[in-house]
Design a protein around this ligand. Structure first.
Ligand code: GLA
Length: 372
């Protein structure tokens, strides 16, 4: 339903029955399992392709010419995908310090797959699995439901976790992502969608002329391995103040000291609008002033990681022969704060046995000025 009390959004009223979902073959895994591509088309605009492998957002055609999502056109590339292009990340997005945490007085060690920390739930996390797809319809809105069972002990995490991600298009060029999960033992859960966006098109080179905005008065400062130092830091009078839009190229033209270790933004902001049990609120935007377009993010999660593809290898081959490189895409990843299992003051990532996890994030592409 609507996102703020008393406001009913148009997207809740439109007859959505005409969203079309098509299925095509994308590839076959060595196990002979088929990987499918599902394309959701909204009659008023926007075509989104999702793969069963990694539950990945593979493309988003906002108009005939412009696909705003970086991706690959072959399965082998998704099986590698060291930069997590487009995929759903889990069980725990972002980092857990040294891959260690305690839950119910039991100590767990999960993979230390980046700089001594656990990144994105380990190398064989949700991003590298083939999900089961089903087309469902709820309140007249067709959705693509992707399902995955992660067994007890998968990547070292406790509990057999049954996860679902639903993709739908409630309005033209709006992508809704809903997460659900249940575990048979207390566990951790912190999923995200790792789309790299470029409003000028995935093959248009760097996105440094684009702007970012994040509705957050606080950010998490990090150590040299990307782990939050602890307390929330006020953004005022710093390069982390994105409450008014900033142009990436202007900030990066002489790389500020605070961003040099990460070669740019790769931090988590603490969203002002967040409150537990609250519906999704506006979190931030990527904007292309020259094009008059904007991608807005709405979420019920407390954090937003901004990552500007600082470490994308130059010459990485993308869809349609595109050459990707550093700063070619911008990730706005809704999630819990990094390393929350080791930071009792942060919103908890604990999913209790038998409880249902639910979270919703929406990406809304809008035009901010009329075409000339
Ligand atoms: C997240 C991390 C980055 C990087 C990317 C994927 O955004 O914070 O450091 O690992 O994922 O490459």
């Amino acid at each position: 339903m609507g996102y703020s009390e008393g406001i009913i959004y148009l997207s809740d009223l439109i007859d959505m029955s005409s969203v079309v979902i098509e299925k095509t073959a994308f590839g076959t895994l060595p196990s002979n399992e088929a990987v499918w591509c599902y394309t959701l088309s909204h009659p008023q605009g926007g075509k989104v392709s999702i793969l069963t492998f990694g539950a990945a957002l593979q493309s988003w055609q906002v108009d005939e010419q412009t696909d705003i999502v970086l991706g690959y056109d072959n399965l082998a590339a998704y099986q590698q995908n060291p930069h997590y292009l487009g995929v759903i990340v889990g069980r725990y997005a972002n980092r857990i310090a040294k891959g260690q945490f305690s839950l119910n007085d039991i100590h767990y060690q999960v993979p230390q797959n980046q700089g001594g920390n656990c990144l994105h739930g380990g190398e064989q996390g949700f991003s590298h699995r083939n999900w089961q797809a089903e087309i469902i319809e709820k309140d007249g809105l067709p959705s693509l439901a992707l399902k995955l069972t992660s067994e007890n002990g998968d990547q070292g995490f406790p509990g057999t976790l049954k996860a679902e991600v639903h993709y739908s298009m409630p309005a033209a060029n709006q992508l809704r992502i809903e997460y659900r999960a249940m575990s048979d033992r207390d566990t951790l859960f912190n999923p995200t969608s790792h789309g790299y966006f470029n409003l000028a098109g995935h093959h248009s080179g760097n996105a440094l002329a684009q702007q970012v905005r994040i509705a957050a008065s606080n950010v998490l400062k990090i150590d040299e391995t990307g782990i939050p130092l602890g307390p929330l830091s006020e953004v005022a009078n710093s390069v982390f103040d994105l409450r008014k839009p900033v142009t990436l190229g202007e900030i990066y033209s002489s790389m500020p000291e605070e961003l040099s270790g990460t070669r740019g933004y790769d931090h988590n902001w603490c969203l002002d609008a967040y409150a537990p049990e609250q519906a999704a609120c506006y979190a931030g935007s990527l904007m292309a002033p020259a094009l008059g377009t904007e991608l807005q993010v709405y979420t019920d999660m407390p954090g937003l990681q901004l990552y500007t593809a600082n470490f994308l290898d130059n010459g990485l081959k993308g869809k349609d022969g595109a050459d990707y490189g550093a700063y070619h895409g911008v990730c706005l990843e809704s999630q819990l704060y990094p390393d929350s299992p080791n930071q009792p003051a942060y919103p908890s990532a604990c999913l209790a046995e038998g409880n249902t996890f639910y979270s919703r994030t929406e990406y809304r592409f809008i035009t901010t000025k009329a075409a000339e």
